[in-house]
Design a protein around this ligand. Structure first.
Ligand code: ZN
Length: 203
């Protein structure tokens, strides 16, 4: 399955000249939510991710997604794997599990995102699960931005990855692309017009 082509087709992976929320420029922009706009595509991707996880034989009871970004991916993955689906959300800045979701002692929880960048929100959701007595057994995302190392990829972990070293990260594809300081941007140098900001958090 050509994951990048699926993202391109869904306008979730844009090519052009973009200004990221960091202020840096890039030729590519990921608008992850767009790939889940068509439920059939969401199902296709979640089924493929479920297969990767099932092949690892990791035992999972529940899938927990950090809201909002991970919620659709988490629900789709839970559907594909026939697992319970819960989510964590920010309350006054702190990732919290509420809405009556319970976790039994040592319940095996997989944290699921739409995309893992450095894994900050996923790690905070994991801490919320563990604070309720659950055991986080791994992390999953449809896409890996290339800072963390996923299973079945030779791409090395970068220092900025916040996920624990000793737990697996499952994802369908690495989306690595160069980012440039505006003054060193080759697209600016080539006169490719002004860098545009298509939405929030392109990472
Ligand atoms: Zn530029």
């Amino acid at each position: 399955m050509d994951i990048k082509a699926i993202y391109m087709h869904a306008h979730a992976l844009l090519e052009g000249h973009f200004k990221l929320s960091s202020g840096n420029h890039s030729q590519y922009y990921l608008q992850s939510a767009k790939v889940l706009e068509d439920p059939k595509t969401a199902k296709l991707l979640a089924d493929a991710l479920a297969k990767v996880i099932q092949e690892s034989a990791l035992e999972i009871d529940t899938i927990c997604a950090p809201a909002l970004g991970g919620m659709i991916a988490g629900f789709a993955l839970a559907t594909a794997m026939d697992k319970r689906s819960i989510f964590a959300e920010r309350v006054d800045g702190a990732m919290t599990i509420r809405r009556g979701f319970a976790i039994r002692p040592n319940e095996r929880v997989l944290i699921c995102e739409d995309i893992i960048t450095t894994g900050g929100s996923a790690l905070e959701a994991a801490a919320a699960v563990e604070a309720m007595g659950g055991t986080v057994v791994g992390f999953a995302a449809l896409a890996n931005r290339g800072f963390c190392a996923r299973q079945n990829s030779t791409l090395a972990r970068k220092e900025s990855c916040k996920l624990p070293n000793d737990l697996p990260l499952f994802a369908l594809e690495d989306f690595t692309f160069e980012i440039y300081a505006p003054e060193a941007c080759p697209l600016c140098a080539q006169g490719k017009g002004e860098a545009i900001k298509p939405g929030s958090r392109g990472n």
